[in-house]
Design a protein around this ligand. Structure first.
Ligand SMILES: [Zn+2]
Length: 205
C-alpha cells in the first residue's frame, strides 16, 4: 500500500527554518552539519534533508517522513534517531541536533564514563530540575555510522521518560527535544550552556 504523505505545514517550515538561522548564527551547525525535525501528527514528521545549509532552510529542504516506516532516501542520514525518539515518546514534538564545540569535545572526554555530569548550575532549572542544587547526567553514546543501530542503543537506554531532554554522541554533537519547537530550542540552549560552562571549568582546573 502506498502511503500518501502530507505536505509540510508552512508553520513547521518556519519553525525549523527559524531554529536553523538561530543555530547557524551561533556556529552550531558548521559545514551543513546538524539536522532538525518537528512532529506533524502521530504518523508523520518533517525532517531536514541532507547536505543543506542550515542557516537558509526553505520548504524544499524539508521532507515528510512516516514515523513508523523505514527512512526514505535524501533525508538526513540521522533521520532514524529522530523517528525512534518520536516512536518511543509521544510527547516529543520537535528534535534539534547540533554540532557544537563543547558537545563534541566533552562527549569524547566522557565517552568511557557514559555521561557528562554537571552539578550546581542555575541553568539546570531550564531542563526541568527544581533547583540548582542538583546533579545532571547527560548521556553519551559511542558514535556509529549505522544510525538504525545507534537509534536502537539510544532508545534502549533512554526509554519514554528520559531524565534529561537530550543526549550526546561521542565526538559528534548534541541532540535535544521538547514538546514544541520553542521548548526544544530552549533545551538545546540550556544543555549547550551547561556543556560550555563545564568545558570552561575543566580547562581552568
Ligand atoms: Zn550529526
Amino acid at each position: 500500500m502506498t502511503v500518501v504523505l502530507p505536505a509540510v505545514p508552512s508553520g513547521i517550515v518556519e519553525e525549523i527554518a527559524a531554529f536553523g538561522r538561530f543555530a547557524a548564527a551561533r556556529g552550531w551547525v558548521p559545514a551543513t552539519a546538524g539536522n532538525f525535525s518537528c512532529r506533524i501528527d502521530e504518523r508523520f514528521a518533517a525532517v531536514t534533508r541532507s547536505g543543506i545549509d542550515k542557516g537558509a532552510i526553505g520548504p524544499d529542504d524539508i521532507a515528510v517522513v512516516a514515523i513508523g516506516d523505514s527512512v526514505p532516501g535524501g533525508t538526513s542520514a540521522e533521520t532514524p534517531l529522530h523517528l525512534a525518539r518520536y516512536r518511543t515518546d509521544p510527547a516529543i514534538g520537535a528534535i534539534f541536533h547540533v554540532h557544537t564545540v563543547a558537545s563534541t569535545v566533552l562527549s569524547r572526554l566522557d565517552e568511557a564514563a557514559g555521561a557528562v555530569c554537571t552539578d550546581g548550575f542555575e541553568m539546570h532549572k531550564a531542563i526541568g530540575l527544581r533547583t540548582h542544587a542538583s546533579l545532571v547526567e547527560i548521556p553519551v553514546f559511542a558514535n556509529d555510522q549505522d544510525t538504525e543501530r545507534l537509534a536502537a542503543a539510544v532508545e534502549m537506554r533512554l526509554g519514554r521518560d528520559a531524565p534529561v531532554p537530550g543526549f550526546l554522541l561521542a565526538g559528534h554533537g548534541l541532540y535535544a527535544w521538547g514538546a514544541t519547537a520553542a521548548e526544544a530550542r530552549r533545551h538545546v540552549e540550556a544543555l549547550e550552556f551547561l556543556l560550555a560552562c563545564h568545558l570552561e571549568e575543566r580547562r581552568l582546573r
